[in-house]
Design a binder for this molecule. Sequence first.
Ligand code: ADP
Length: 337
Amino acid sequence: MMSVQTETMVLQGKHSGPYRLQRPLGNGGSAQVYLATHMQSGRHVAIKVVRRPGSDAAIKQLCNEARILPRLHHPHIVRILDFDNTETFSFLVMEYALRGTLRQQYSIGTQLPFPTIARYVQQVAAALQYTHSFGYIHRDVKPDNLLLALDGQAQLSDFGIATTAYYADRIHDKFGTAPYTAPEQADGNPCAASDQYSLAIVAYEWLSGHPPFAGTTPEIIWQHHMAMPPSLASRGRIVPYVVEQVIQRAMAKNPLQRFENVMQFSHRLTWAMQQPICPEQARAVQNTATSRTTLRRTTRNAISPAQNLPQTERTIFSHPATQGDRPMIRQKSRLSC
Ligand code: ADP
């Protein structure tokens, strides 16, 4: 089998129908995507190419995308322009997103401002709601599949594994991308609410810099089923309590406990991000951080062994991410004072 580099060199400069391939834009799991020029008009396009004969799964995914995308006309869904098979390639032609993907724009570790998050979540939620209204489930919502047009609008792309709920239970070949996959989807039972869950993970990542769960694929899937996402505060992002609650609800393990639809999640999150952060919350987070630093310093200097730490006092610290609406009692060391 050819390496991606060899494949790229072989294809570059070649023609796929009326298009000349220019340079690679990205490698998906199943296909290579190139910047290409339409020879007659000179228009730049993105062209997703699968070599023939190639992997059956790759061709199946490309055909799936070519079947679904022409039905979806939405300002936040990438527009398909053409699809064809030649002897050597199957290819799908799309509008070229000049600014690449949101993953390329914001690398892991980047925390985005609230208004930026609200804008992207609203745009992607609108695209998903529209997709759901046709009975399709995207199943692979993640920053790598969100393109950014020149005017800064996000566009949902890569419908390669999109499906309808009817067919979902028959598709076990690819379940999505582990850090963003809803528990029921990992079990082979995706539904529209699975896309809401994935979008909530993306929002969590934009807020805190990282998706909530990490590890090997089985470890991540186990966490989607069993673990509560760490609070955003514990990841160093102070947000209004309601933001934690909204994310928490959209990431409920049981899809029936999520918001009624993805637009409702988006509206609620936008509203939540406009709420004030109460001063006690900011202080408590700051104290916890100070307490941790002091504790680390104390332990390092071996001034006071852990068992001899001074009396602790109890601080009420509402922590919706792990406790629902109930306040959580946290230990706050006097060392932080
Ligand atoms: P796959 O279906 O094989 O996963 P994707 O659709 O995810 O492929 O595309 C792979 C990469 O190609 C994307 O992450 C992105 O970098 C690039 N890409 C895809 N479509 C476009 C486009 N329309 N404009 C610009 N870049 C694109």
